[in-house]
Write a protein that binds this ligand. Sequence first.
Ligand code: AMP
Ligand code: TRP
Length: 333
Amino acid sequence: MSKKIFSGVQPTGNLHLGNYLGAIKNFVDLNNDDENECIFCVVDLHAITTKQDKEQLRNNIRETAATFIASGIDPSKSIIFNQSKVHAHSEGSWMLSCMAPMGWLNRMTQFKEKAGKDKEKASVGLYIYPILMASDILLYDATHVPVGEDQKQHLELTRDIAQKFNKDFNCADFLKVPEPLIKKDFSRIMSLKDGLKKMSKSDPSDLSRINLTDTKDEITNKIKKAKTDSFPISNEKNKLKDRPEAENLLGIYSSISNQTLDKTLEEFDGKNFSDLKSQLAEILSSKISPISDEIKKLINEHKYLDELLEQGASKAEEIAGKKINEMKKIIGF
Ligand code: AMP
Ligand code: TRP
């Protein structure tokens, strides 16, 4: 069955292995299936929910688009654009925010994590961020949304918002209720320094993540310095529960090698972390450094990237513009 795929990545710099294994690698697989219609959005309006430097934001928008292409997304088979170019996203977000109850938003754990202790100082934008995300998805009648595990709750909210809108305005099936596409395994890649913390762009320690722009030497060094424990690797899966760092490294190895955790455990049963680390560094270098080289080449091609985003935006505008007009009519404007 053909799927309408929509997903977004924030242009907030430091795209890393978690973004790749949790999301972008799936974008590539979905895009390779000619049956699917794919839209990949650089969600720059989401990025400004936290303070951004103007020049850096502009570079990060290009770099995110470059990362999509360098990872293997074929721009001739998909729409790649940045969100701020298509007015409908903001308009949709406003209309949806007028019917989404605050109680639903108050449950969002990402806001609680990002706002931290001083939530009075967090921006209103950060609070209503999931509604903008719902608008992104619903404007394109997306059927499937590939994301990492951390976005699951936002997708559930999107589904609830779609259903409430259809009910409130008596327009059954107008907003399509999308399915999340979250990998069953390895959908949450953890920090190399702390197996209980998500690998993240904003971790102050660069050693906590493999950036998609890292060189072979940097990758090898980071894997070498990754936290482990002092026991040998065992093939018993249930014993991994209390060994988050071991579980993470074995998970990364499995995911990048496209094999099950059971197969990886068999491969490394009884071995030491030094064996796992040297093989992991090797496979990561062979898969990530070609992407890194390509990003570094593309990032200087401003004209190519700007034109690509411009063309993507005009295609996106056609789809989202129509939907937002229908939405306005339904509301009574
Ligand atoms: P963001 O960089 O927050 O815009 O995230 C872009 C995509 O990467 C989303 O689908 C996230 O769920 C996914 N993602 C981010 N960090 C991780 C991680 N540590 N493990 C797996 N997926 C992730
Ligand atoms: N909130 C997502 C993240 O931080 C990014 C995002 C914005 C998104 N709009 C989206 C993802 C629409 C999927 C679909 O990762």
